[in-house]
Design a protein around this ligand. Structure first.
Ligand SMILES: Cc1ncc(COP(=O)(O)O)c(C=O)c1O
Length: 463
């Protein structure tokens, strides 16, 4: 987004490792130890691997008394578990020895066929040979980065961008250059300028990573008018596009947008996922890539996992075949729309006038910008004490920007809980404004919580 304010409490890039001598070789309770006796042995790239800000707060945010507007966990309570259960039982009894065996590194051929049918809904005509099944689209981001990026290579990302992708780019030691978005998505002139600046400095841009639909975390969608323009800018500059599209079928009132990949086969690598349209626990996603790239992706997949899990793939395949999965997606859309309405309604009713936010037309997220002078990250400990959680905007920038903003997820809590969560959040913001009016700046830094201690729950906080 356009606000680019560095907050006073933002961390320096790359947290320094804690050095110290070994105290025996058993880690403390919960598997963690403050002094890491292995610190001198890790590869340099592990310095880029730090816990996400969302993970750090999740152990607290997942307590039942806290309304979590933080994690992006899909709400799968509406899934027909009996249908899924029957399909899995049938799978085990009829094809169990295949389902529980190693499979192809590229993924099950029949599922790849079905994936092509799914992508057709967004205008993509693809051949199953060009699809690689991955362990969630998260692994697809990892594999694409692995085959394209050397340390120091530039990846262009929206500002803000998906925290899980930023983590991958950091782990592979890429330099992330953020490009502005507005309410119509990525701003073409800003993209053109960023590409020109990086290339003029003699640096190679490996790809533009973009989430065109129902953006995580910004909630915006790239307008139809801008899509050809973005493609043209990248084509002219000879820069690949990595189109990450897990939310494309979750628009509330509109037909699915035409994918960027639908109009550009050679310059776009497209990533899809069944995590939001079915269930994330199967961990099935995919990449659709130009043929040569697809071959490299399969080699990378084989070295990473040998093959994606056969059981999950066949279970997803059976679900797609035996169930009205699109009817289920429609139900998901209606449920998420009701929650979106609850959130934006509560924000309109209660938020102070100086805060602003967008109204998403699909997906899971609202991006909220606080009244001037407030710092979302500094405010978080007080918010958690008031039993509401959000993700501070800084989590979604590689460079420490975004401190005045936060991501609010409406996907998981009920509409009543969402409203209550917003009420608590507004209470914290009003208190913060009052404190600032009374004492000026400098609040919040002392209130550091040990939020990550003993955490061994689900990692859905990373989404
Ligand atoms: C933009 C984006 N890309 C990728 C992913 C990863 O999804 P999965 O690995 O479950 O397919 C997520 C998950 O939240 C996401 O929001």
């Amino acid at each position: 987004m356009s606000e680019h304010d560095r907050g006073p409490s933002d961390p320096p890039p790359g947290r320094p490792a804690v050095r110290g001598r070994a105290h025996g070789n058993s880690p403390g309770p919960g598997g963690s130890t403050r002094l890491d006796s292995y610190v001198d042995r890790y590869a340099a790239r592990t310095q880029g691997m730090t816990a996400s800000e969302i993970r750090a707060l999740f152990s607290v945010a997942s307590r039942p008394e806290v309304v979590s507007l933080a994690g992006g966990m899909p709400n799968i309570s509406g899934l027909p578990l009996d249908v899924v259960g029957d399909a899995i039982a049938d799978l085990v009894s009829t094809r169990g020895t295949v389902a529980m065996q190693y499979g192809s590194g590229q993924g099950d051929p029949h599922l790849r066929d079905q994936i092509c049918d799914v992508m057709r809904l967004e205008g993509i005509e693809a051949h199953p040979d060009d699809v690689v099944v991955t362990v969630g689209s998260q692994q697809a981001v990892d594999l694409v980065t692995r085959i394209f990026c050397d340390p120091g290579d530039v990846v262009i990302c929206e500002a803000p961008s998906y925290v899980g992708a930023l983590g991958v780019f950091k782990a592979y030691e890429c330099d992330v250059v953020h490009v502005e978005m507005d309410e119509h998505g990525l701003v073409p002139s800003a993209l053109r300028e960023a590409i020109a600046t990086v290339q003029a400095a003699g640096r190679r841009i490996k790809f533009v990573y973009t989430i065109p639909n129902y953006h995580n975390p910004a909630g915006v969608t790239l307008s139809s008018e801008r899509r050809p323009e973005i493609l043209k800018i990248c084509r002219d500059a000879d820069v690949l596009v990595l189109e990450d599209n897990p939310y494309g079928l979750l628009g509330f009132d509109e037909e699915p947008y035409r994918a960027l990949r639908a109009d550009e086969a050679d310059g776009v690598i497209y990533l899809g996922s069944f995590s939001k349209t079915f269930a994330p626990g199967f961990r099935v996603g995919w990449a659709l890539a130009p043929h040569a790239v697809r071959e490299k992706l399969v080699l990378a997949q084989e070295s990473a996992t040998l093959c994606p899990p056969s059981f999950s793939q066949l279970a997803v395949s059976a679900y797609l075949e035996k169930h009205d999965w699109l009817g289920q997606v429609k139900q998901f859309r209606e449920m998420y729309r009701e929650r979106r309405d609850a959130m934006v309604g509560a924000l309109s009713d209660m938020m102070p006038a100086a805060a602003h936010w967008n109204v998403p037309t699909g997906g899971f997220y609202v991006w909220l910008t606080l009244p001037p002078g407030l710092d979302a990250k500094a405010m978080l400990p007080r918010a958690v004490t008031a039993r509401v959680a959000f993700v501070p905007g800084t989590a979604f920038f590689a460079d420490g920007f975004g401190s005045q903003s936060m991501r609010l997820s409406y996907c998981y809590p009920t509409p009543e809980r969402i409203r209550e969560g917003v009420r608590r959040l507004v209470g914290v913001i009003e208190e913060e404004l009052e404190l600032r009016a009374t004492f000026g700046t400098g609040l919040g830094e002392a209130a550091t919580l040990e939020l990550n201690r003993g955490y061994d729950g689900p990692t859905s906080d990373l989404t």
